[in-house]
Design a protein around this ligand. Structure first.
Ligand code: GLN
Length: 233
């Protein structure tokens, strides 16, 4: 039927397609879609637009997580098991999230159950209400926060306080920090300082008003990976 050269050509094409199918199948087997890496370490996205994101990355890597940065919309498509929103300046981050068209996809993913850990400015961005502000935010957590709540005198301070779910007191560094003034029923209070809520959890959303990434103590990040991302007790 076919002349010999044409037949050879088809045989080669067949072999090429077969090899390609094998490679793709193998890749799928070793790269599950849930973001979990081959050795089952969680893969965590860190919002890296502004603020203290490197410190979170270092801490997560120390705990064995795989980390990648979210700097633009195309980064958001990568598979992930959780998201960290660092401290910094919430007004700047909010503007960048909006301009880069990341705000809505992030809000949607969290609403659909993506585990998230927000520290300080991250807490502000995740809260549904901010006292005296009507700005657009991620707004997925049923909390009312007060920005720069400690006033100028007490702008930054460091203390140790109990944290529910972690043995012993946890070091807490506050930098022009907010606190949570009010939470709804679905939100569990994890830590309080001077009668103000400074750490809370709502399902798979964890927030702290302080910066656990700025100390050497890894236990709050461990809590996030173990209890919020992997949902182990
Ligand atoms: N004061 C900052 C804000 O309002 C938050 C400070 C921080 O993240 N350390 O956004």
């Amino acid at each position: 039927m076919f002349s010999p050269p044409l037949y050879t050509c088809f045989t080669f094409l067949h072999f090429y397609l077969f090899t390609l199918t094998m490679i793709v199948t193998e890749h799928k087997q070793t790269s599950p879609d849930n973001g979990m890496t081959e050795n089952n370490a969680p893969r965590i996205a860190v919002l890296a637009l502004q603020g203290a994101f490197i410190e979170h990355e270092n801490m997560l890597r120390r705990l064995g997580a795989e980390v990648f940065e979210i700097r633009q919309l195309s980064d958001w498509d990568k598979a992930k098991d959780g998201l960290v929103i660092p401290g910094g300046e919430s007004t700047t981050m909010r503007k960048l999230l909006h301009d880069l068209r990341l705000l809505i996809p992030i809000r949607q993913a969290i609403t659909e159950g993506l585990p998230v850990f927000g520290t300080c400015a991250g807490l502000i961005l995740l809260s549904k209400e901010v006292e005296g502000e009507q700005s657009e935010r991620i707004a997925t957590m049923d909390a009312l926060v007060c920005r720069n709540a400690y006033g100028r005198q007490l702008g930054s301070f460091h203390i140790k306080a109990p944290f529910k779910g972690i043995d012993d007191e946890v070091p807490m560094t506050f930098i022009r920090a907010p606190y949570i003034k009010k939470v709804d029923d679905g939100v569990e209070v994890l830590a309080e300082v001077d009668g103000h809520i400074v750490a809370a959890r709502q399902d798979r959303q964890l927030v702290t008003a302080f910066h656990p990434e700025l100390n050497d103590d890894t236990r709050v990040h461990e809590y996030f990976l173990r209890s919020v991302v992997l949902q182990k007790l």
